[in-house]
Design a protein around this ligand. Structure first.
Ligand SMILES: [Fe+2]
Length: 233
């Protein structure tokens, strides 16, 4: 099976092994974008394997390694080791949790100019815990989400984890923002402003890092998933 799946114009996804976080099983996924200069932007890298590296190198040179929030650190170090000339860009609070990680730049309010205006960013606000940066790839009209919306595939899950994930609000097509994560959003004004800003992007597909990506009715699906933020006054 080919490790990289095309997801749109110059964007691919790569599914990795299931990992456990606090005993909970998570499917994993990284995203790769080929920038117009021909080099690669790698989002939420998984542990590199020879098969994945071979496929990635066939696309181009790895130039940017991106950690979208402070939880997703898994492949950052190993990818930097494999591609030392690539720049590691991390979310605003990534360093707090990973002080020894090989970080080159911290993502701020504006998209790095190095990405050539092809990928827009939004630092999603309002949470005391999650510092997720959301990305929009202009060329393919793709929104790239990491933990903010999860849609864990019920296929292959035990009845127990299906029950847990349904209860937490992250199972399958009706998934969304996990209820435990919602509890960390103390500043709902900031969350609403972020959700509104995100919905100003003209996307029609969404990469979901944990679970089922959205390729149909994407805008409305995301709008509904962020209703908890949008409906506050
Ligand atoms: Fe995650």
């Amino acid at each position: 099976m080919r490790p990289l799946k095309p997801f749109g114009d110059r964007i691919w996804i790569c599914d990795g092994p299931r990992v456990r976080m606090m005993t909970i099983p998570f499917a994993t996924r990284m995203t790769i974008v080929e920038l117009e200069a021909g080099n690669l932007w790698v989002h939420s890298p998984l542990e590199p394997t020879p098969e994945v590296q071979e496929a990635v190198e066939a696309l181009g040179e790895v130039k940017f390694i991106v950690a979208p929030n402070k939880i997703h650190s898994l492949g950052v170090g190993p990818w930097k080791e494999q591609y030392p000339s690539a720049d590691v860009w991390v979310s605003p609070r990534f360093r707090e949790r990973h002080p020894s990680a090989p970080v080159d730049y911290v993502i701020g309010a504006d998209a790095p100019q190095a990405w050539g205006g092809q990928i827009d960013i939004l630092c999603f606000g309002g949470s005391s815990f999650l510092d997720e940066v959301v990305f929009y790839h202009n060329r393919s009209g793709t929104l790239i989400l990491t933990d903010l919306i999860q849609r864990h595939d019920p296929a292959g899950e035990s009845w127990f984890w299906r029950f847990v994930k349904r209860t937490v609000g992250v199972l399958g097509l009706s998934g969304g923002t996990a209820k435990d994560l919602l509890c960390t959003f103390g500043d709902l004004d900031a969350a609403r402003a972020s959700a509104e800003a995100l919905l100003r992007w003209d996307f029609d597909r969404v990469v979901i890092a944990h679970g089922m990506c959205i390729t149909e009715d994407a805008y409305r699906t995301v709008e509904e998933a962020f209703d908890w933020a949008l409906s506050t006054d």
